[in-house]
Design a protein. Structure first.
Length: 216
């Protein structure tokens, strides 16, 4: 009887585990679908010429400095890393080992609102030092947009997108949801930029791998 009880308990636990996995899988799929569908709608408004202009602007720069705050900062560091992997000289602002910013250098400022104080101050300084500014923001009438030599405007939430799972973070008027969507969208954008630059430079999977960090 004791063995039967243990077997029944084990079977019930397996069923519960299976149901839990299926439930989690369904939630993951819905979340991924919402991120994907939103990004797809957002990038439908981006022309190939816009992406080419951004990549050319980056390639014409001697050194590239990237900065965002919060979500934007995390993805900005990824962009700086990947630009190095495709053979460019890119840095994250505030790293202590950075060389000085000079003429012919580019500052990529990432700000959802386009009004982040630190970024505005550094954009002005970059221009005073003779360099150029690339702004990445949702807001085309922002201070950052006005300071930018080239601007990439990217939406956070597509107008016709309805969120169900992600709505737990709030509606389209809530910063938690908008910041989350902006972060995902710029992540996709940055890889599109890196892949296009790799193509323009004739990079291969091996040449990119050879620049990957190995003391880690």
């Amino acid at each position: 009887m004791e063995g039967k009880g243990e077997n029944d308990f084990s079977a019930a636990r397996n069923v519960h585990s299976s149901l839990e996995e299926n439930t989690m899988s369904a939630v993951h799929e819905k979340i991924l679908d919402e991120f994907h569908d939103n990004a797809k709608r957002v990038f439908k408004k981006t022309s190939k010429n816009t992406l080419d202009r951004i990549c050319s602007f980056i390639l014409e720069s001697k050194k590239i400095y990237v900065l965002g705050i919060g979500h934007s900062g995390m993805f900005g560091r990824i962009l700086a890393m990947k630009l190095n992997h495709v053979g460019l000289c890119a840095y994250s602002v505030f790293d202590e080992i950075n060389p000085p910013f000079n003429t012919h250098d580019l500052f990529i400022a990432i700000s959802q609102s386009g009004e982040t104080g630190t970024l505005i101050a550094l954009a002005r300084k970059a221009k005073n030092l003779g360099g150029k500014v690339m702004g990445i923001t949702t807001n085309t009438v922002s201070t950052l947009a006005g300071l930018s030599d080239i601007l990439f405007q990217i939406e956070d939430a597509a107008e016709d997108m309805v969120f169900t799972e992600l709505s737990a973070l709030g509606g389209k008027e809530h910063q938690n949801l908008l910041g989350c969507l902006f972060g995902f969208n710029i992540y996709v954008l940055f890889y599109a930029v890196v892949l296009k630059i790799a193509e323009k430079r004739g990079e291969t999977a091996d040449s990119i791998d050879n620049r990957h960090a190995n003391l880690q």
